[in-house]
Design a protein around this ligand. Structure first.
Ligand SMILES: Nc1ncnc2c1ncn2[C@@H]1O[C@H](COP(=O)(O)OP(=O)(O)OP(=O)(O)O)[C@@H](O)[C@H]1O
Length: 293
């Protein structure tokens, strides 16, 4: 569990990025920070692994104040995945994944074996192990980034807009991969995004920020949708939602899910499936009152 207690961060130039922020981020759950640009989301993330230290207040991991922990060791024990993957261009995929284990003294052969296993975990073909990042697609690079984040088998995984730079189809694929991985691995994930649909798809707990870094609402997607705290949250979660309310249309014997503008949003699988699978098939577009999760 990660706990923020009245945390404020003021940068030396006077900018207050985070103001009196308190929150519990439960273990083995995904907490998503979503909202306006400049509201302090990245700063909050970076205070967890001490890339940034708070001006006042405290941050605890499982009851231990991070300020007493060695920043380098802390950083190497927590997975960090960022936008544009942050891969080292002159290092091969397997070496990129193994960066931190190698820094921590793991033998090269063991680190490579573990990197190959992690490629399986994140759905990357092992044949890509000896390529350089520039020889991969954007989606593949992000998967390498996730594999690298998992390489030290961290309990905590920090993800800063990890899927922000890939096209919508690949993005949906990566989101579903993360849901699958989380079922398997049960990490404590803190995930930053601008995208409310992504927040609702991934978040067990969602924190919505208003401009100025003010927390507008904290809750499960269901709680937020059922009872938005104020007008700002209503507008933020409701933007486009009506437009994207879905209905089903039959075409050539298949059931096509279309939005209010008639654009196809997905296909309902006619085979044996349960309701959850059906939701999976149509996810990527949000049905009013029926969020894919
Ligand atoms: N090193 C720094 N020095 C001064 N101000 C900073 C520094 N880092 C961030 N800030 C400022 O702090 C505020 C919060 O920034 P932060 O990156 O945490 O917001 P964010 O919510 O992640 O934004 P975005 O969604 O655009 O990435 C912004 O006004 C930003 O300009």
């Amino acid at each position: 569990m990660i706990e923020f207690r009245s945390v404020t961060k003021q940068f030396p130039d006077g900018t207050v990025a985070v103001r009196d922020f308190s929150l519990v981020m439960p273990s083995r759950k995904i907490t998503v920070l979503v909202g306006s640009s400049g509201s302090g989301k990245t700063t909050i993330l970076r205070m967890i692994n001490r890339m940034v230290d708070p001006t006042s207040g405290s941050i605890e991991i499982d009851g231990e104040n991070v300020s007493v922990l060695d920043p380098v060791r802390l950083r190497r024990s927590i997975g960090y995945v960022m936008q544009n993957s942050g891969l080292l261009p002159h290092r091969k995929v397997a070496d990129n994944i193994a960066t931190v284990p190698l820094l921590r003294g793991t033998k090269r052969r063991d680190a490579r074996a573990r990197a190959l296993e992690l490629m399986d975990t994140v759905g990357l073909d092992r044949s890509l192990a000896d390529r350089y990042p520039s020889q991969l697609s954007g989606g593949q690079q992000q998967r390498v980034g996730v594999a690298r984040g998992l390489a030290v088998d961290p309990n905590i995984l920090l993800m800063d807009e990890p899927f922000g730079a890939v096209d919508p189809l690949v993005r949906a694929e990566l989101q579903h991969e993360l849901v699958r991985l989380q079922h398997e691995l049960g990490k404590t994930v803190v995930f930053v995004t601008h995208d409310i649909d992504e927040a609702f798809l991934l978040g067990d707990q969602v924190v919505i920020f208003k401009p100025g870094g003010i927390v507008a609402q904290v809750g499960t997607p269901e709680q937020i949708l059922a009872a938005p705290a104020d007008e700002f949250v209503s507008r933020f979660v409701g933007a486009d939602r009506g437009k994207r309310s879905l209905h089903v249309r039959s075409e050539n014997g298949r059931e096509i899910v279309v939005d209010a503008d008639g654009r196809p949003a997905g296909v309902l699988d006619g085979g044996d499936h349960d309701e959850a699978e059906t939701r999976e098939t149509v996810s990527g577009a949000s049905a009013q009152g029926d969020q894919p999760r």
